[in-house]
Ligand binder design. Sequence first.
Ligand SMILES: Nc1[nH]c(=O)nc2c1ncn2[C@H]1C[C@H](O)[C@@H](COP(=O)(O)OP(=O)(O)OP(=O)(O)O)O1
Length: 226
Amino acid sequence: MESFTIASKKVLTLVLVIDKAGQKARNLILLGYKKRGFGAHLWNGFGGKVEPGETAHEGALRELEEEAGITVKSEDFKKAGILLFQFENDPVALETHVYKAYEYQGQIRECEEMRPEWFAFDDIPYDQMWEDDRIWLPMLLNGQDPFFGRMYFKRKALEKETKVAPVVNTSTSAHVNHSTTMTATSFTTAQPKSGPFAMYDHHLEHSLQGVPHEVALDGTIASFEN
Ligand SMILES: Nc1[nH]c(=O)nc2c1ncn2[C@H]1C[C@H](O)[C@@H](COP(=O)(O)OP(=O)(O)OP(=O)(O)O)O1
């Protein structure tokens, strides 16, 4: 039975850097190819867990520097939204604070976790990104932020035919043929062995709305302060 009860949450950050005067006057977005960890093998913004004593804003700036080698002045750093990711039967919700920046300082560099690359707005690799990105990233790029999104990753049953070997009934020596259809429910918040995160074994539902001043999330409050 599906359950989306939140017992606790992790606060994460996600930063999108945009170059409006990019190559050949095309708008560009900086994404990172995640080489390991949560979301490995996907292109994503830069970010991670907010550390104790840090605000989401501070954590986002720190992660951007760690993962892409660049800094953004506080006044150029804008909150674009909050996304709450919930996984069926997982009581830990991921509250992700999304930021955008149009200016940055420093030299973009690869690190052991992320390989940064610029993409034209019309060439964003949505099929190699988290499934929810195609819902809210266009809003961010079109200036339709701030937004609040609640994304539900539901389990999807996978039909798997498993033929069980014939069983020999020793008392009668008769062959009894069993052919069983097994249904495997496959879902994980960890990464799959290969390819993008659970692209085939979950089903995404979502609701998006403008951000109220404070967002109540089953008893928890996410303040929408920058
Ligand atoms: N559904 C989703 N869509 C999306 O676009 N980004 C997501 C996402 N779920 C998580 N993220 C982002 C948020 C955050 O930037 C990153 C996960 O950060 P984590 O810190 O958990 O991962 P790491 O394994 O890199 O851990 P660190 O050791 O903290 O760097 O993935």
